[in-house]
Design a protein. Sequence first.
Length: 98
Amino acid sequence: MHVTLVQVRVKPGHVADFIEATRRNHAASVRETGNRRFDVLQSPEDPTCFVLYEAYASTEDAAAHKRTAHYLEWREAVADWMAEPRQGLPYRGLFPAG
């Protein structure tokens, strides 16, 4: 299983905008072939900090996600709301088995 933890810090004035755009991306992403999990997490200490936990059956499925219309729309929508560039950290999912 291919997992990416995407760390995002949003400008304070755009938290609600980011959440709504990410909700739409999430709703479409969980219907993708190969998607195993797509969680959106917000820090309770700092509401501008988010982690997206994206799990796909394979690296090919994860790469296909980045070519979907909903991802490309999300990426464009949130670009100016980022306080700093988002960081994607790749992991190999061990358990549960993909």
